[in-house]
Design a protein around this ligand. Structure first.
Ligand code: FRU
Length: 492
């Protein structure tokens, strides 16, 4: 009898757990944002476009839903929206766990990893030696290589790792490598505590320290991480962008992404301005860098979370998603250069029109069914709000304040917020354009909203966890007018 009761309880326990995880899946697993199959994920790593396939690697702890020994998880896609999970690419080894980094195609076989007829893909990453860190040493992060000669399916670690030893800097990581054609050499940007170090190499194995940037410019509320240096074209001119992630010290607290625009001569980077510029003002876009091998098109993806609460967000079977991949574009406002970002066009291509109204003068309630893109134009002299909500009084409010000339996302009543004291907040972003009409695009998924205003000049990314999915969005022109309101459902 006792045994029967015990078995009954066991079966009950399993079924309730099953139910709980089903609910979590249904409620919180995004539709159009990349998530790991299970367990913990943070930064995107080693993004590379090769033979028509976008590769995404990511910081991954496959054995737990909190941060821990880092591996590189792997996924592939042909459109940057629909992803296929691949086996884990890099596992920890005797030199340490595998922190963030990048990957390149070594078309000229500069490193000599390929045999005739083969092409090597080379990953450049940080080895993080946990024992060294625990022993109080400062040289526990070094830079290493791995290569693949089967188009990224399997990876072999270079047998003479590390290729850059640590000069005694505690935070010394996240190598991002590009090919600098004018001098036929590789350039690495490396984050070193409060600055970016640039190195060069002819063969990816031997690196020369070239210069350092940033100690006296930009935001310095925390540690500099995950840099990315790349050229961009604007009306026949080359402008260099340098992305620098920062944690903490972002405009809305915690983790954030700043950028610099300027010149790079193969040795050092010079910023046009001392002003601090942010790629995304929302709290949930971090560690973003761009794909390699996409030519003049620059595509960035970020980790859609914030170190303040990433380990506590209310999912158990997996933790975190990536942002929608975004195409970066240079813009000139008067004499000032800016980096704008918009969702990649393949997202738009998946959209099916579900609602359209030319002029909206009063609150318009639009029903949601699955992930969607909402776009419209609004008069810049008037307020507007978009409130996405369920029937449990949970809501996220996206709006514009013409007096402050600020966009905002208010997630104070968005659902579960108690897991961290900083989560329930209103976040703001300045408006940078002075166009009399504001172009608004919102990308909505089960647990996130991404606001792209003024062609991607002001961007905000915010996550939320309602206890029941949002069913409607109320578009409110307040005392103004909204034009061209469009809801597109994104069917995958
Ligand atoms: C950024 C970061 C990187 C590091 C990785 C470790 O989020 O701290 O600097 O390589 O995460 O997982």
């Amino acid at each position: 009898m006792k045994r029967a009761v015990f078995y009954l309880m066991l079966v009950y326990c399993f079924s309730c757990q099953e139910k709980k995880s089903m609910t979590e899946e249904e409620l919180y697993r995004p539709d159009i944002h990349f998530t790991p199959p299970k367990a913990w994920m943070n930064d995107p790593n080693g993004m590379l476009y090769h033979k028509g396939v976008y590769h995404l690697f990511y910081q991954h702890n496959p054995d737990s839903s909190v941060w821990g020994p880092m591996h590189w998880g792997h996924a592939t896609s042909t459109d940057l929206i629909e992803w296929q999970h691949e086996p884990i690419a890099l596992f920890p080894d005797s030199l340490g766990t595998i922190f963030s980094g990048s990957a390149v195609i070594d078309s000229n076989n500069t490193a000599g990893f390929a045999k005739p007829g083969e092409t090597a893909l080379v990953a450049i990453f940080t080895h993080h030696n946990t024992q060294g860190e625990k022993a109080g040493r400062s040289d526990f992060q070094t830079q290493s290589l791995a290569y693949s000669i089967d188009d990224g399916k399997t990876w072999i670690k270079y047998d003479q790792n590390p290729v850059i030893k640590n000069p005694g800097i505690k935070d010394f990581r996240d190598p991002k490598v590009i090919w600098y054609a004018p001098k036929q050499k590789w350039i690495m940007s490396l984050a070193a505590q409060n600055k970016i170090l640039f190195y060069s190499s002819k063969d990816l194995k031997n690196w020369i320290a070239e210069s350092s940037f940033g100690e006296d410019v930009g935001a310095h509320g925390g540690v500099w991480e995950c840099p990315d240096l790349f050229p961009m074209q604007y009306e026949g001119k080359t402008i260099w962008a340098l992305i620098v992630n920062l944690n903490p010290g972002a405009p809305n607290k915690g983790s954030g992404t700043q950028y610099f625009l300027g010149e790079f001569d193969g040795k050092s980077f010079k910023s046009f301005t001392d002003q601090t510029l942010w790629l995304d003002y929302g709290p949930d876009n971090y560690a973003g860098v761009t794909w390699s091998n996409t030519g003049d098109q620059k595509i960035l993806i970020g980790w859609m979370s914030n170190w303040m609460y990433a380990n506590q967000v209310p999912t158990q079977s997996w933790r975190s998603a990536m942002t929608i991949p975004r195409e970066l574009k240079l813009m000139k406002l008067g004499e000032t250069w800016r980096l704008a970002s918009l969702p990649v066009s393949s997202l738009q291509a998946l959209g099916k029109e579900a609602f359209h109204k030319v002029k909206v003068d009063a609150i318009e309630k639009i029903r949601l069914s699955g992930s969607s893109v909402i776009s419209f134009q609004a008069d810049a002299t008037k307020n507007f709000t978009v409130t996405c909500l369920n029937d449990q009084q949970e809501k996220v409010v996206i709006g514009y304040d013409p007096i402050k000339q600020e966009f905002y996302i208010d997630r104070r009543s968005s659902g579960q917020t108690a897991f961290h004291p900083e989560f329930a907040a209103i976040h703001t972003a300045p408006r940078l354009s002075n166009n009399p009409l504001i172009q608004v695009k919102l990308v909505l998924d089960k647990t996130s909203v991404e606001l792209f205003a003024d062609d991607g000049l002001s961007v905000m990314t915010s996550i939320f966890f309602p206890k029941k999915g949002y069913q409607e969005c109320w578009v409110d022109p307040q005392n103004g007018q909204i034009m061209g309101l469009l809801l597109e459902q994104i069917g995958k």
